[in-house]
Write a protein that binds this ligand. Sequence first.
Ligand code: SF4
Length: 319
Amino acid sequence: MEQIYTFGKYLREKFDKKVFKVGINISGFTCPNIDGTVARGGCTFCENDSFSASTNEIKELKGFYLNLDSKENPYLQKQLNQLQLQFDSISNRQKREFGAEAFLVYFQSWTNTYAPFDTLKALYDKALSFDDVLGLSVGTRSDSITEETLSYLAELNKEKEIWIEFGIQSIYDETLKKINRGHDAKNVEIWIKKAKEKGLNVCGHLIFGLPGEDKEMMLETAKKAYEWGIDSVKYHPLYVVKKTALANEYLRGEFKPISKEEYIDVLVEAIKLKPKNISVQRITAGIDDDSLLAPMWCRNKNQQIKDINKALKKVGLKY
Ligand code: SF4
């Protein structure tokens, strides 16, 4: 049985330590697809509360949002304090419960390059100053990163381990329009290639089960993402969360979620097509609370992993 090359294995081989990602959510950050810069309402599946941490931790920041044109950020010190508090709390728990020895600070929620450069630099520098932090992983959209920020991350990458995570989702513009993504596939390709040219590590997020897509289209997206040079991949099924545009489409009968069997089938094929040097960070996703509207198989992650492993075993693979 061949073990799939996971991100955990990549980190163990590179650092010979138990390295954990520490997911961070900074108040005052938003997304150009929500604030009206490219669209309003966000991607049709996006419900802000589905992010990992509360978005209103700093009360004064209620209603204050940064963007690329922001000139001043009076709340920077509060954001830096918030970063420290979140890092301390999560990393201490990871040490206690899982024996974590080192960390990558993962700017996870919102669009973590969508702020003035000085703010980004202060946050990235602060994160890298924490004990046992080996590097960063910065989640963003390809239409929301500047050359200046990319170059700075590339500079940091000379001494540290720097990753950028781009939502690719689909290479089909008609699909990206249907989910109100606000940018096209060419934009993602361009910025992934720019990041790679600068020597950065890139993780691509893919969603299977997007509206109107069949298995062939999903696999074509995976193949293109591999060709663009990503170093790591996260695969997700599209699930419907309450209070989203997608929930309305689902309730009107206009969107049929991917079945577990279809998802596993396309996932196994996508993994078989994947070059072996691309590590896998995630093979499924779900949400274990009442906000999940459909499909209900996305509620039980342990069962999903068991079923995926059963299917992988049939082709000689193990996650
Ligand atoms: S890019 Fe991310 S944060 Fe922005 S609307 Fe889409 S899913 Fe939500």
